[in-house]
Design a protein around this ligand. Sequence first.
Ligand code: GLC
Length: 428
Amino acid sequence: MAALVATLAVWADNNTTYQPTEANLKARQEFADSKLGIFIHWGIYSMFAQGEWYMTNANLDNKEYAKAASAFYPAQFDAKEWVSAIKEAGAKYICFTSRHHDGFSMWDTDESNYNIVDATPFGRDVIKELADECHKQGIKLHFYYSHIDWTRDDYPWGRTGRGTGKDPEKADWPHYYAFMNRQITELLTRYGDVGAIWFDGWWDHDQDSIPFDWQLDEQYALIHRLQPACLVGNNHHQVPMEGEDIQIFERDLPGENKAGLSGQSIGRLPLETCQTMNGMWGYKIIDQNYKSPETLIRYLVSTSGKGANLLLNIGPQPNGELPAAALDRLKALGEWTSQYGETIYGTTAGDIPAQDWGVTTRKGTRLFIHIFDLNATELFLPLSCKVKKAFVYDTREAIKMRRTKEGINLTFNAIPTGTDYIVELVTE
Ligand code: GLC
C-alpha cells in the first residue's frame, strides 16, 4: 500500500487547486504504463478522402458538405475487427474522434441531428459498438472531442473555418458551451468507463485580441465529477493547464519540436505524443506514404525512452475498413510488442537520454538499452549506477563489460543489427 501511495504521488501536483482523486491518480499510472494507443480519425470527412480538414482547406460551404452524411454507409465497419487488430498490435487504448472540427457527431447524440444515427442511412451508433467491443476485449476507450465547430453558428469564429458559410453574427458562446457540456455528459454517462477526453482546437482562438475564455475549469470539473478516473488532456500545444491529467505533444516527442507544434516545456504529468502513420489524420487517398514498420517500432521505443506514450493514428476508409497499409503496420507492431513488450510497458525513461545509437528504458533494477544504429562493436554507456550484469535480451548471452569511472563499456562479438537490438543491464 505504501508503495502504491508513493507511486501515485508521482503524478500529484501540489501547486494546483485541482486535487485529482485516488482513482484518477491510479488511472494516470496505468496510462503512463501503457505506452501504445491507437488514434482513430473517422467521420464523414473520410468520404472526401482528403483528410479531416477538407471542409476548411477547400472552403466548402458547410451545408453542401453536410450532404455527404446522407450517403455515409460504411458497410464494412466491424468494431470487433478494429478492436482485435488494435489489441493484437499491443495497444492498450483507442482514442476515437467522437466529434471533429466539422461538427459531425459519431454517436446518437440528443443534442443535434447532425450525427451518425439521425443523418446517415447507416444509422448505427459506432461509438456504442466500439465502446461495447473495447469493454469486452479489455482495452480502454478515449474520446477525442473538438472544441471547434466549423458548422454551428453558435461556435464563435476562430482563425480557422472562415470560409465554410458560418454566420459570425450568430456566435453565442454560452449556448455552444452548454451544448458541448451536454454532449460530453452523454459520452460519459452512456458508454461505460471512458479512459480520457482528449480536447483539440484551443489554438483556434490563440490570436484573439481579447484572450478567449474557454471556461475549461468548469468543463474539466464536470468530467471529473461524472467519471473521476477519466483523464483530461488538451492538444493546446501549451504547458498543462489546471485540471488536466496528461500532457499531449503533437507530431513530436516531448522535448523535440521538428513539426513546430511542440515548443512547450515538459511538465510532470504522464506524457503522450500523437503521430500519424502516413502524413494525415483522416483518410487521405493520395497519401500512401506510410512510415515503415521499422520506423514506427523505433518511434514507439523512442517515445518510451522519453517516458511517454505513443498515440499512433489510423484514418479508416469511408467503407469502414482500416487501410491495408495500416493493418500491416499494426501486425508488425504486434510481432514486436509480443516479443519485446516488457522492455517498454511499465517502464520509465531510461538513465541515458536519446543518443545517435538509440534510447534507454528502465523498469526497477532492469535497464534496457535499445540499439537502433551502431557502427561499432563497442558501446560506452555513461552511467552512475552500479551495473551487475549485461546480456543480450534475446539470447540471454552475457556481454563483455568493462567499468570505467564514467560508466561502462560494452564489447559485442559483432556489430548489433536489427530494428532494435536490446541489451539488458541489471543494476543496483
Ligand atoms: C490537429 C488537427 C486535427 C487533428 C489533431 C490530432 O489539431 O487540427 O485535425 O485531429 O491535430 O492531433
